[in-house]
Design a protein around this ligand. Structure first.
Ligand code: ADP
Length: 618
């Protein structure tokens, strides 16, 4: 019933949307996602070609008084704000059926998706995000606005990986100094104890939420999580939470300051910015977008950070002097490893920086909570559940209901060349990076900047070099990598999206091909970040499965590119073509699971290793 209603309203959203008060016309584009009662689409201003995010709400859904109130509150507060770290508000209007809000487009989604893909992130990344969150919250508090629903899903990310605070549906304005708010229509995610106890609340509830965000980013799960909302609220009221021992002392102490039950004891935004956790550790100026799926490398910075110099002052001065500090760091690490240009480090650096620096000579590339099968078991469980539900045998199949564009994989294989009769498999990822999985199970990656190369041993130890400067032992492999790159560039078509290198790129790490095999009908590619891709030869359809997002992306014969939540497909069903591919995927995952680790090539049903070229996906 409700889904039918939603379906009807969706159909009615016009292709061309006109703001009658200004005459501006917008072309409705890509679906971005749906929320409580809004649907978001990319909207292009037809005159200026500027692209926005359009939040569109059917008036038919705004019937209850609190829904209307939420909407008008959201507009009136959001339009009064303008800050680098707040989602830009570019106008609102309505027609007979819908209310439209024109917002700054945040292409990198939110910290929620980052959290699902990465779980616990490093301390430098956490400081980077926290600094920007606090800068945005300061803007709100300075303008007497309390957000009241700060959570990962409302912290959007721009293409530049900058935080943009959004969704002001629960926000409120403080009318006079010292006012305590008594009411709140809605349920904030990281709800503060004083709201639960109805004691009256103010700015400190945002600080509480920031504490929960800090905890979640560093620990990988929220502080008061339980099976039920009731138990969670109980724990919040009793201030019952546990910080794991691996969390550093400065982070621990800041979490404890923020998550104090008594709101008057919590620091304000300025005091948080001055906290030792923020000032005593390294804060990158920029983060590469690869951080959305892979922990960055801070190897060159570890030795600097380990000396615990307060870097914040240096960072704050417009960024430029920071380069020198970083160069110092590189030199120190180089001395440790004896390499010129390249260093070898363990993967999860930054969490305990000094320890990471000590181990910086060589190490295993694995986070403690990351399974060695790269989430194959989880994926098998998810896909099996969809298959078992017989999604194509329903009466009312409603694929759209499961659509979730935010769950699209960050990285997939856009080209590949199988030369495993001699050397290995070469491939290009959608970010234009190149990789080779050699027959000896080592890997060599050339990042999209065209400069940085990462060599990964069979043991998963990583070594970082540059195309201009690498140890002679890698000569042959680098030559082969160049060969693969040239071959793919010359012979395989792909819409060129050559990127200009930017600051922060040097921190990038990208997933590599963990294993692959070919059958008569498809190639199966498993990446180290858990993404499993299957390219079907005959009709060029593809599916990409992500266990961390619990999602499948299907590129059909017409090159439609759609991402669905697997739990959704289980509930609402899907067409036979997708269901068949999911059944096939389930069998292939099973095959991967019985062939342990990186030598799954032996699972290949075909021993043909002829060179195969693959035109790319759009
Ligand atoms: P909710 O109703 O849960 O607050 P929204 O209506 O704000 O959710 O947004 C719905 C979805 O649209 C979000 O989950 C997000 O994926 C997407 N979205 C919202 N705002 C933006 C934006 N400014 N840029 C890009 N995507 C957005």
């Amino acid at each position: 019933m409700t889904s039918q209603l939603k379906d009807e309203t969706r159909k009615e959203i016009p292709e061309i949307i006109v703001d009658s008060s200004t005459g501006k016309k917008y072309q409705r584009g890509k679906f971005l996602g749906k929320g409580g009662f809004a649907k978001c689409y990319e909207l292009t201003d037809m005159k200026t070609k500027e692209i926005f995010a359009g939040k569109i709400v059917a008036k038919s859904l705004l019937v209850k008084p609190h829904q209307k109130e939420k909407m008008s509150q959201e507009i009136s507060i959001h339009r009064s704000l303008r800050d680098k770290h707040v989602v830009g508000f570019h106008g609102f209007f309505e027609d007979s059926d819908f209310v439209y809000i024109i917002l700054e487009l945040c292409r990198r989604r939110s910290l929620m998706e980052l959290h699902k893909r990465r779980k616990a992130i490093t301390e430098p990344e956490t400081r980077y995000f926290l600094k920007q969150i606090l800068s945005g919250v300061k803007h709100l508090h300075d303008r007497k606005v309390i957000h009241r629903d700060l959570k990962l899903g409302n912290l959007f990310l721009s293409d530049e990986m900058e935080i943009k605070i959004g969704d002001f549906g629960l926000a409120t304005r403080v009318d006079y100094e010292g006012e305590r708010k008594r009411t709140l229509c809605g349920t904030p995610n990281y709800i503060a104890p004083e709201i639960l106890c109805k004691k009256g609340h103010s700015y400190e509830v945002d600080v509480w939420s920031v504490g929960c965000i800090l905890y979640t980013l560093l620990v990988g799960k929220p502080p008061f999580e339980t099976q039920t909302l009731k138990d969670t609220y109980m724990r919040i009221k009793k201030n019952e939470y546990h910080i794991p021992s691996r969390i550093g002392p400065l982070a621990r102490s800041l979490i404890q300051r923020l998550l104090q039950g008594d709101p008057t004891r919590r620091p304000n935004v300025d005091l948080i910015l001055a906290d030792d956790f923020m000032t005593m550790g390294y804060i990158p100026n920029r983060l590469p977008t690869s951080c959305l799926t892979m922990a960055p490398r801070f190897d060159s910075r570890c030795s600097t950070v380990a000396t615990r110099k307060p870097l914040l002052e240096i960072n704050n001065k417009d960024g430029s002097p920071v380069k020198n500090v970083l160069k110092d760091g590189v030199k120190k690490v180089d001395n440790v490893t004896g390499f010129k240009g390249g260093v070898s480090v363990p993967g999860s650096v930054g969490q305990q920086q000094s320890a990471a620096a000590q181990q910086a000579a060589a190490g295993q590339q694995q986070k403690p909570d990351e399974p060695s099968d790269c989430y194959l078991k989880e994926l098998y469980t998810q896909v099996s559940a969809v298959v078992a539900s017989k999604p194509d045998e329903r009466e009312n199949i409603n694929e759209e209901e499961s659509e979730d564009p935010a769950a699209v994989p960050m990285i997939w294989v856009s080209k590949w060349v199988d030369y495993s009769d001699k050397y290995g498999l070469g491939y290009q990822l959608c970010d234009d990076s190149i990789g080779v999985l050699f027959n000896d199970f080592t890997k060599l990656l050339l990042l999209s900047d065209g400069e940085n190369i990462h060599y990964i041993e069979r043991s998963n130890a990583e070594h970082y070099h540059q195309l201009k400067n690498y140890p002679a032992t890698l000569n042959k492999k680098v030559t082969l990598l160049r060969y693969f790159r040239n071959y793919m560039n010359e012979h395989l078509l792909k819409a060129a999206a050559s990127m200009c290198p930017r600051e922060g790129d040097e921190l990038a790490r990208i997933p590599s091909l963990r294993t692959y095999f070919r059958t008569r009908s498809a190639i199966i590619l498993h990446l180290t970040n858990g993404t499993l891709q299957i390219n079907f030869f005959e009709d060029h359809t593809k599916i990409m499965l992500c266990p961390l997002m619990g999602a499948v992306t299907y590129i059909d014969e017409k090159r439609n590119f759609r991402t669905y939540r697997m739990t959704g497909l289980e509930k609402y069903g899907c067409r036979p073509d997708l269901a068949n591919r999911l059944r096939y995927a389930r069998n292939m995952i099973q095959k991967l699971m019985v062939t342990k680790s990186s030598n799954a090539k032996s699972a290949s049903s075909s021993s043909t290793t002829t060179q195969h070229t693959q035109p790319t996906t759009a």
